[in-house]
Write a protein that binds this ligand. Structure first.
Ligand SMILES: [Zn+2]
Length: 250
């Protein structure tokens, strides 16, 4: 899950997103239509943007075999791995090289993208593993108003394997949230105010954590990923936005 954007007002988003947006239907000079697209859509190539690959990606694939999970990128909505029920990790497997590699990659990707939670299915591994972290510096970067309203709280890295969720306060709060698997979008989502998550840590030891406010939201968001659920399944659909929408009008 991505961190809350700086400040509480939407105009702050514009300051963060300074890169020029892609124009819808524009033909980027370095884009290459794959053969399958060319054969089916000879005159309206822009309508098949899904099949468009950058020239650089095309060359890279020619030279190098495709990456394998755990990926160092985040899978995007449409990838079946995001919609399945992730499998339980056998406790005796927690210390195995494979599981430890998944955990290491999960933490690396989460930190590189500066997001505050990530689940194994998002890096292409359908196992019940998630990582959560809210660095102190990130909290310092948020406004006091945002901290108060959302209940933002810094917390150290926590890894949960086979986590179980228990709701401690069934009341809900609605805030805008985002997901690395739906890159560039955001929506308002109701989440329980307080939850408890229990499972094994990266060493295979039992742990549990009672959290409220934003940490509780992050936990619920990441738990959903283990069950093939995305925030778009829970959102108020009229609040769904492209976070760069204003740039298209500039
Ligand atoms: Zn997510």
């Amino acid at each position: 899950m991505t961190r809350p954007l700086k400040g509480t007002l939407w105009p702050c988003l514009v300051k963060i997103c300074t890169s020029r947006p892609l124009q819808p239907n524009s033909h980027h000079p370095h884009r290459l239509l794959m053969a399958s697209t060319l054969s089916t859509t000879p005159s309206c190539a822009h309508s098949s943007d899904i099949k468009v690959r950058s020239y650089l990606q095309y060359v890279k694939r020619k030279l190098k075999s495709p990456p394998k999970p755990p990926y160092s990128h985040v899978c995007q909505v449409g990838d079946p791995v995001l919609r399945g029920q992730a499998a339980t990790v056998a406790p005796e497997e927690v210390g195995s090289a494979d599981v430890q590699q998944v955990i290491r990659t999960l933490v690396q990707v989460m930190r590189r993208l500066e997001c505050v939670g990530l689940s194994a299915p998002q890096i292409g591994v359908p196992l019940r593993i998630l990582a959560l972290e809210y660095p102190e510096q990130m909290l310092q970067d948020s406004s006091e108003a945002s901290r108060q309203a959302r209940g933002l709280e810094a917390f150290p890295l926590r890894v949960f394997i086979n986590p179980e969720l228990r709701v401690l306060d069934g009341r809900t709060a609605v805030f805008q949230e985002a997901c690395e698997s739906l890159s560039g979008f955001s929506a308002s989502v109701p989440r329980y105010l307080s939850v408890e998550v229990s499972g094994l840590n990266e060493k295979g030891e039992p742990i549990s954590w009672q959290a409220s406010g934003w940490p509780a939201r992050i936990i619920q968001h990441e738990m959903d990923h283990l069950n093939g659920v995305l925030y778009i399944d829970r959102m108020d659909s009229k609040t769904f936005i492209n976070i760069n929408w204003q740039q298209y009008n500039e």
